[in-house]
Design a protein around this ligand. Structure first.
Ligand code: XUL
Ligand code: CO
Length: 436
């Protein structure tokens, strides 16, 4: 088979390595906290950015050609060959795709499904040859013109039907490929103006859409996770899957909370005005932690730039949350990220994955240090010590009444709340990150 990249497998050479194509922190079989690094991190390649996106933005066209001098189905097979070669060379064991990433679209749903099935068979043989697995798949129900006013929330019932038909094909593909997740990102499930929108009806339709998908997949034997991927805006002004809290409220209302978890994307968190860690913490606290779309935005640009994650503060605090959540089960770290438009060579694809994987590997190492160091966890524990004894313990056990608390509080005079020590804790984090 033709090879697309001159570089061979990317080795781990340790933190002092000056070799361009090497990992400095990602040593996949090294054991940390009782588990191999690769099993903590469960890296996945995103098909859409890596195999298809070619640099087009609002102001200019492609800066790269990823067609491999082929047309039609042959082009998609060449893309798959490239995808698996890249993953093998990087040591990535999972991948994620939208239906339209892996196969061309036909004139109608039936023809598109046929193309999809042909490519699923091709990908299946590649999986068998390499041991690489599908992490999750999703339907692109936002790109085509018919989805301009939404898919599940479209005012047009035919669009709802076509969109759920595409999800059926994706579920069948996921099962055929042994994938462990199905993602729903509501690309245009929201509104641009309330002047034309029946919000209550749209939310009901969205919930029914997800219910149909869940029931079909479970009927077909799918045992993996369903994920909602929160994003507050872009392309619509307001998306119904705004952030993790909003999604959890929605899932609980429509009794979907037993099957759906969150796929949390860093750049979506910051678009919602949250930190990445905040979204992870909400999901962990509420029992909805599932999977991660690993990337980062540029706060000065302000839109969803989907850059490769290199900010070690963020990757560290992310991996701290992942460890505290007990690690991934069916989920993983999918690089929903693309090399910048001006990083336009095939080597840049490799280099950007190396940068992202190393940033998360370093983040994992530092998160382990935070936990082993124990000062931050101990501080939090101590901060709530008043709930361990006396009246606090009774509140904690929920054995008080309004009257008993009033009687307790009525003569309290000076209450000394202890310092929150934010700056001290930030300096501990710096000490752990840079102290050696
Ligand atoms: C869009 C985005 C999507 C989802 C899958 O912002 O993140 O690529 O991850 O549809
Ligand atoms: Co994403």
């Amino acid at each position: 088979m033709k090879k697309f990249l001159e570089i061979e497998n990317v080795p781990y050479l340790g933190k002092n390595s000056k070799e361009m194509f090497s990992f400095r922190y990602y040593n996949k079989d090294e054991i940390l906290l009782g588990k191999k690094m690769k099993d903590h991190l469960r890296f996945a390649m995103s098909y859409w950015h890596t195999i298809n996106a070619s640099g087009t933005d609002m102001f200019g066209g492609d800066t790269m050609n990823k067609n491999f001098e082929k047309e039609g189905m042959e082009k998609y097979k060449a893309k798959a060959d490239f995808a698996f070669e890249l993953m093998q060379k990087l040591g990535i064991e999972y991948y994620c795709f939208h239906d339209v990433d892996i196969a061309p679209e036909g004139k109608d749903l039936e023809e598109s499904t046929r193309y999809l099935e042909e490519m699923v068979a091709y990908l299946k043989s590649k999986q068998e040859q390499t041991g690489i697995k599908l992490l999750w798949a999703t339907a692109n129900n936002f790109g085509d013109k018919k989805f301009m006013s939404g898919a599940a929330t479209s005012p047009n019932a035919d669009v709802f039907a076509i969109a759920i038909g595409k999800v059926k094909a994706v579920i069948d593909a996921t099962i055929a490929l042994g994938g462990s997740g199905i993602v729903f990102w509501g690309g245009r499930e929201g509104y641009d103006t309330l002047l034309n929108t029946n919000m209550g009806l749209e939310l009901d339709h969205l919930a029914y859409f997800l219910t149909l998908a869940r029931d079909y997949a479970r009927k077909k034997g799918f045992q993996g996770d369903f994920y909602i991927e929160p994003k507050p805006k872009e392309p619509t002004k307001h998306q119904y899957d705004f952030d993790v809290s909003t999604c959890i409220g929605f899932l609980r209302k429509y009794k979907l909370d037993k099957d759906f978890k969150m796929n949390i994307e860093a750049n979506h968190a910051t678009l919602a005005g949250h930190t990445f860690q905040h979204e992870l913490r909400v999901a962990r606290t509420e029992g909805f932690f599932g999977s991660i779309d690993a990337n980062q935005g540029d706060l000065l640009l302000g839109w969803d730039t989907d850059q490769f994650p290199t900010n070690v503060y963020d990757t560290t605090l992310c991996m701290y949350e992942v460890l505290k959540a007990g690690g991934f089960t069916n989920g993983g770290l999918n690089f929903d990220a693309k090399a910048r438009r001006a990083s336009n060579t095939f080597e840049d694809i490799l280099l950007s994955y190396i940068a992202g994987m190393d940033a998360f590997a370093l983040g994992l190492r530092k998160a382990q240090k935070i936990i082993e160091d124990g000062r931050i966890d101990a501080f939090i524990e101590q901060r709530y010590a008043s709930y361990k004894k006396g009246i606090g313990a009774q509140i904690q056990k929920k054995t008080v009444t309004m009257e008993s608390l009033y009687a307790y509080a009525k003569n309290l005079s000076v209450v000394a709340v202890e310092s929150g020590r934010q700056e001290y804790l930030e300096s501990i984090l710096n000490n752990i990150l840079f102290g050696e």
